[in-house]
Design a binder for this molecule. Structure first.
Ligand code: PLP
Length: 406
């Protein structure tokens, strides 16, 4: 075992499996490991590094703000914080009465959303609806919203009131009533394997929540910041939610999250009802301003849409019998496989110098930086085709072994 593996195995908490590599440096869509091997990073820290690695705008924002004012407390406002709140209000189209709460992660943004739902619901509306297969984070509140039993059960009891319903309009119609405080949904379920909501779901959820006086909360933590080819996933459906949660791509690698509230939902939090020491500090908000400014000025939302289409074509052109479908939008793509071999494909890709991830046993997820161009896509196509061929060859070899043995 190399030294770093021993160190990791001895010192890091045992919540994750063995680390795949020791990464030491990054630039654009590439990272290098401790052996000097270069990897094409098509995961981007799980949809986080919007501008890739070590982007000049990111470096400048971190270093300039660190040299100016890194942290105060929420007793004070700071210019980057106010600028980011105004920017998020403009980009989300939340309107003058919208408000922004800053957190440090996605889970914390969803904790704030959970509390928003409770404030809205009070004793009259104890029910909160979330979807089967949903992933909303690992803190206790966000975990209560997360569907996967294996993640939840060791930590039960969960906060009361959350029900997971199938992601169909019929299930929502059948379940919602006037005792529902809120429904929370991801426009595309990233962790579940890049699974889109059924056609018209968000519009139906909007009209049903309005009818029953419930909040519609959209978790844009993985889909936001331009990743799907629009600023936010809900923009594809032309609806206005009551709140959205953000993290990942808005910081481009700096830990920051946000809850953006629309309309009447903006007056639910009152002084003392929620808070965070680090949330919205000048360093994090300055970096997020720089990342979002670059996404906007370099046309990276449009790039995500165009490169997403190009990538789909590249995957189809590989013409592998292992690939049975492509899901997702823009640069959040799930590649459906004919067999539960996603882990093997990911390992073969890594051997060849390509980082992708297994979102579920038969889906490979790619979520590259929004900055990718022709060169990265061509290289991805070559490496991914080779990884698929490797796995196909080993599947064929084991079939042959089985045939010989019988
Ligand atoms: N919500 C969604 C849709 C996510 O994809 C994630 C992370 O993968 C989270 C919430 C949790 O975010 P974090 O890991 O920053 O707490």
């Amino acid at each position: 075992m190399t030294v770093w593996k021993e160190d990791a195995a001895r010192d890091l908490v045992l919540n994750a499996g063995e680390r795949l590599a020791l990464l030491t440096r990054g630039e654009g869509s590439y990272v290098w490991d401790g052996d000097g091997k270069r990897h094409l990073d098509f995961l981007a820290g799980i949809a986080v590094n919007s501008l890739g690695h070590a982007h000049p705008a990111f470096i400048k924002a971190v270093s300039t703000q660190a040299a100016t004012l890194a942290h105060v407390s929420n007793y004070f406002a700071t210019p980057p914080q106010l600028e980011l709140a105004a920017r998020l209000k403009r980009l989300t189209g939340v309107g003058i009465d919208g408000r922004v709460y800053f957190s440090n992660s996605g889970a914390e943004a969803n904790e704030a959303a959970f509390k928003l739902a409770r404030l809205h619901g009070g004793a009259e509306r104890p029910r909160i609806l979330a979807l089967e297969n949903a992933f909303h984070g690992r803190t206790i509140g966000s975990l209560a919203l997360t569907a996967k039993k294996a993640m939840r059960e060791p930590f039960e009891p969960m906060p009361a009131g959350v029900e997971h319903i199938p992601a169909t309009i019929e299930a929502l119609e059948a379940t919602i009533d006037d005792r529902v405080a809120a429904i929370i949904v991801e426009p595309i379920q990233g962790e579940a394997g890049v699974v889109e909501l059924p056609e018209g779901y968000l519009a139906a959820a909007r009209s049903l929540t309005l009818k029953h006086g419930a909040l519609l909360i959209i978790d844009e933590i993985q889909t936001g910041a331009g990743r799907t080819g629009q600023w936010f996933g809900f923009n594809h459906e032309g609806i206005t939610p009551d709140a959205i949660t953000l993290a990942k791509g808005i910081g481009g690698g700096f830990p920051i999250g946000a809850l953006v509230t629309f309309g009447a939902a903006s007056s639910l939090f009152t002084p003392g009802s929620h808070g965070s020491t680090f949330g919205g500090n000048p360093l994090g908000t300055a970096v997020s301003n720089a990342v979002l400014t670059e996404i906007e000025s370099a046309g990276l939302v449009e790039n995500a849409a165009a490169r997403g289409a190009q990538l789909r074509e590249a995957i189809v052109n590989i013409d592998s019998p292992l690939v049975t479908g492509i899901r997702g939008r823009g640069l959040l793509i799930g590649i459906a496989l004919a067999a539960p071999v996603a882990t093997a494909v990911v390992a073969a890709a890594q051997d060849r110098g390509l980082i992708v991830n297994a979102a579920n046993p038969s889906t490979v997820r790619i979520a590259p930086a929004l900055t990718i161009g022709d060169a990265e896509i061509e290289e991805f196509q070559t490496l991914f085709a080779a990884a698929l061929a490797d796995v196909q060859a080993s599947l064929a070899a084991s079939e042959e072994d089985k045939a010989n043995a019988s």
